[in-house]
Design a binder for this molecule. Sequence first.
Ligand code: SAM
Length: 349
Amino acid sequence: MNREILDRYGRSIRVLRITVTHTCNYKCFFCHMEGEDPGNRSELSAEEIRVVAKAFRRIGVSEFKITGGEPLLRRDLIDIVRKLKSLGAEDISMTTNGSLLYEKVDDLRAAGLDRINISLHSLRRDVYAKITGVDALDKVLKGVERAKRLDFRRIKINVVILRGLNDDEISDFIEFIRGDDRLILQLIELHPVGRGGEVFNRYFMSLEEIEKRIIEVSDKLSIRRELHNRPLYHLRDGGYIEIVKPVSNPIFCAGCNRLRLTSDGFLRPCLMRPDVGIDVKPILRREDLGEDEKISEIIRAILRIIEIREPSAMWRIDPGLDYLVHRYSFMDSLRGRIRINIPKRYIVS
Ligand code: SAM
């Protein structure tokens, strides 16, 4: 049975983003830390992650994205991937800074990792070190090459565009991925969350001008409705460029299909809402409950989170009235007046 769970805004829940650790070997000065508490050092075990993922599988979620911190620092990462795969996950992906990829990527693929996102914010050694705090560009490039030799479904190169630092490298990045249809260059707008909030005014730049240049080298544009309504440009000679605009794409949240599991075991609806969450550790650690009972309790928690889930950017779906309102402009003053009237939560089987 194919189940689909929709929230109050008609958005389907398809992906669980799992932070497996908060520890990182990089010091990216803009890091949003997935919206999690910077002081958080506790971690769910691989087995606890499996039980939460199993609850998500029961409500029809079959895609899992692993993130961090730096996920490759978790010694049992291969075990986590294997456990997710054993649940029948259709798509397991991971976002990594790539510094330890070369050594681990073969085992990860063998364990069932389907896709990989590698953050690579500059192709210039000095700029890379300035952005990440680590002189490791060569190691990451070696890891990318190794990953390209394996049969991953997709490899994404993630670049957060930082005004005055790497915004002049777009052509080099395009050359880096051009010609290979498994590669996507993912250009990401700086998000004012975590450290990103502290440096936002200095480094944020709209991707509008960059997009105009990309149009010139592309022959097709599609919109990834199931993934934040991201524009995806198809390069003429192969390869893709995806534009991620959490700030200036007003229908970004309309295409959001994910929930989050923090490294310390909280279910969260959005990285913009660190104030909203349900701690599932007490359920996972109850000794009087068997696995099925824990899963039932966790499903109840997931449904509560889905019920309070709301977009950070609000939009209006109204025939003839398609104006959009965004959190970073005047959304707050309109909050409440622009809700879409979709019946509370409902489940389609
Ligand atoms: N350590 C891993 C890495 O570097 O990819 C995974 C964690 S990192 C928080 C996940 C992704 O978020 C990376 O692609 C990173 O570049 C991106 N990111 C971090 N801070 C951001 C921000 N303020 N705005 C936009 N993207 C950000």
